[in-house]
Structure formats: C-alpha cells, structure tokens
Design a protein around this ligand. Sequence first.
Ligand code: AMP
Length: 281
Amino acid sequence: MIEIGMIGEMQARSGGWRRLGKRIGFVPTMGCLHAGHMSLVAEAKRRCDVVVVSIFVNPTQFGLGEDLDKYPRPIEEDRRLCREAGVDAIFYPTAAEMYPADASTWVVEESLSRPLCGASRPTHFRGVTTVVAKLFLATLPDVAVFGRKDAQQALVIQRMVRDLNFPIEIIVAPIIREADGLAMSSRNRYLSADDRQRALAIHRGLKAAESAFATGERSAETLVGIVVAEIEATGGKIDYVECRRADTLELAGGRLDGQALIAVAARYGDTRLIDNLFLGG
Ligand code: AMP
C-alpha cells in the first residue's frame, strides 16, 4: 500500500494506472475508519482493479463551533485497516495542500443541499461538494463509493457529478450498523455509555416507522411522529425528523406515494447523530 500526500503525485499515479487500463475505485473519508467505511472499500474492490481511500478531515465542511479540532484522527489504526482490506493507496493530504491560502473557488449545489443538514449546517454542503470535486480531480477515479448513512450527501454528490459531467460512476452502499442497531459513525466514540444507550432510540424509531409503513401506514406526519416520540422519550434533542421525497428531497406531506426518505438528526449529549430510512418506491 502506498501513501500519497501531494495532489500532483496522486494525479500522476492515477494517470499511470489509467494508461495501464486499470479501473480505479475511490472511497473518500475523514478517517477514523470503521466497518461502515470498510464496506465501501469492499464494494470498490469488487468493482475495480485499484482502490484509493482518501483520509482528509475537511475543514471547509465544518461550521464555526463544530468539532473540527476534536475530530478523531487515529491515522495508524486507519493505515492498518486499509492495509488489511487490500487498499492500494491512501491519499492523505494536508489542509494546506488541499486549500491554497488564497483559494477563492467553490463548488455549490443549490437545491438538494438546502433542506435537512443544509438548513442546520448552512456552509456544510458547499465544503463537501468542493472537497469531493477536488478529491475526484486528484484521484481520477472511474467509480466512487459513498454511504447511504449520509443519504443527502450522496444525492448532492450524484447531482454535482451529473451537472458538472464528471466521468465517474457513483455507487451508494447500505448503512452499516452496530449489533444493537446504532448506525456506525466516527462520532459514536464521543458518546458516553448512557448517551450511547439512549441514542438507540433513533434506530428504534426508524424501525417502528418502517413496520408501520409495512402494515399500511401512509401518513407522512404519523410516520415522522413515531420517530419523534421514540427520540423524545429518551431525551434526545431533535435537530430534524423529516419525511421527504427520496429523489428531490421535497417535503412529503399527506399520503406518501413513490419512494420516501425519513431523515433524522438528533443530539445526545454534545454529539449530533444522523440516520435515515428509505420507504417504498
Ligand atoms: P466520513 O468519514 O464520515 O466522512 O464518511 C465517509 C464515507 O463513509 C461517506 O460516504 C459515508 O456515508 C460513509 N459512511 C459513514 N458511516 C457509514 C455507515 N455506518 N455505513 C455506511 N457508510 C458509512
């Protein structure tokens, strides 16, 4: 496994692989890797000859007062997991390498990035689209794999790729959960034992909504209410629980038809967790 810190060197490597006819798979991450990330790596390996994982805690997607400084960076452990998974290259640039001090260009998606996390974190998706575009241009992949855990992010990236003609196939892989249902996240390690136990209400609420949907419940308000009730019963602070059309992210009111997404962001202690559920379609 090679490790590359410079954009020019990454482009040269990927250019070499492409000239040899190798198919390049790419998994962008902020490190602190867990089984969720590694499922994306496995998916990339199934589809490609060469797999590149980027590890970059992207400052531009954090708002003021968010957890940029305390975001966990266990790079040795990340290297080990990548090596064991058969990753070919880690792209591990510094912030100075990624962002010249006078950088003044942004990639902005203006529709799908507005609601949900875009409403509570107004500069977040601008940071995500900009860094992902830059990472694509550094790693030059054929395929890039994202997790459905960040369902809105995946939609925003798919839209960016379509709108800007990136010649990259985007794969969205399922959410990987802990045995008790908590969606895996690098931020789970911030949770106290008590918060972690209470946070299971998010998944419990989504499962309850899924069961209600399976037995015929089609009212968006009722389904949202089921999730809200579970989270509130455990003292979680809800940022949003919303039911939206799975393709456009328009608010789904009244009776659901077509595929819908119930998206959740809630805080336990100081830790903001997200999760979601796709229904129907
Ligand atoms: P992050 O390091 O949190 O920026 O995540 C990097 C990628 O891993 C994103 O595409 C996430 O959606 C994906 N990811 C994070 N957690 C999970 C999970 N529990 N299951 C599947 N994918 C995940």
